[in-house]
Design a protein around this ligand. Structure first.
Ligand code: P6P
Length: 294
């Protein structure tokens, strides 16, 4: 019988295991609540994006649960303007997108939670992560967690989260590409790079949620990009709460990331709201991308 998440975490540092288990139970509560948390809130986040009722509720719920756990010192959330102090004696510092892709709620497309786990104080470089995880609300609730060189995926069942695969490696060669932003805003050299991918027969898959689009790349290989745009040189995705975490997961699965100039995980953050051009996928495709953008 497939291992439960709890059993699988026996090989992980016990405090980290407790935190991942805590977040897995939080994820199930959020899933149960989503049908009742729809529509727009009357507020905007620090990025000027209209917050949805679900965004704010999920953010507050996770924040409160982490505070009560006593395990977390500080939290950087996409939905909060400043670093949130939780427990002075907490071991971990967390980056959080509490409901990534929430604009997909209306159309019932995939949404999820993106969590970076650090011991170093935030803001820290992505390479300083001790673990990363994401929960994806799709046809099932799946949970992926990554520690150095080991990415494991679990599916929520009547027995709780049960192992689907461990030591996951991004398939080579990758078959998909997914790109955000308006095509007319892409840099010419990036447009040419995408045309080459299409000539090689790579298929377009773009669902409008970073967590869902990155999970496709983890499973089928390829490249995801929210690129540098003519009007937005840093693209759209947030370094701390989105791009670093997925770059870490894909790196542990044998892939790579880039800002167009170098690994996302090496970026020295200047602010908690910093955006970064985001390219994540197979190593070979990232190398070709950096050459194309030179
Ligand atoms: P667009 C969701 O708001 C998000 O931050 C990511 O999850 C997703 O990749 C991107 O924005 C989608 O942006 O411009 O395609 O709506």
């Amino acid at each position: 019988m497939a291992k439960t998440l709890e059993k699988h975490l026996e090989n992980v540092d016990s405090e980290l295991a407790s935190l991942i288990l805590k977040l897995s139970s939080v994820a199930k509560v959020i899933s149960d609540e989503l049908p009742y948390r729809r529509g727009k809130a009357d507020t905007e986040n620090v990025f000027g994006e209209v917050q949805l009722v679900a965004d704010k509720w999920a953010d507050q719920y996770i924040t409160n649960e982490l505070r009560e756990s006593g395990m977390v010192k500080t939290l950087v959330s996409e939905e909060q303007p400043e670093i949130v102090k939780l427990n002075e004696t907490g071991t971990f510092n967390i980056t959080l997108d509490p409901l990534d892709g929430s604009s997909n709620i209306e159309s019932n497309n995939s949404v999820g939670i993106i969590i970076g786990i650090y011991k170093k104080d935030l803001p820290a470089q992505g390479k300083d992560m001790v673990a990363a995880m994401f929960i994806l609300y799709g046809s099932v609730i799946s949970l992926v967690y990554a520690v150095p060189n080991n990415v494991s995926e679990f599916i929520n069942t009547k027995r709780g989260f049960v192992l689907r695969a461990e030591n996951i490696k991004i398939p080579e060669p990758g078959i998909l590409y997914g790109v955000g932003g308006l095509k007319r805003e892409w840099l010419p050299e990036f447009k040419k790079y995408i045309e080459e991918l299409e000539k090689d027969g790579q298929k377009l898959r773009y669902g409008g949620s970073f967590v869902g689009d990155m999970n496709q790349i983890l499973h089928y290989g390829g490249i995801f990009a929210y690129p540098e745009l003519v009007t937005k040189p840093n693209g759209k995705l947030r370094l701390l709460v989105e791009s670093n975490t997925m770059a870490y997961v894909i790196k542990q699965a044998g892939g790579a990331s880039s800002t167009g100039k170098g690994s996302i995980l090496e970026v020295k953050p200047e602010s908690i709201t910093q955006r970064v051009p985001t390219y994540i996928g197979n190593k070979e495709l990232i190398e070709k991308l950096e050459t194309a953008l030179k």
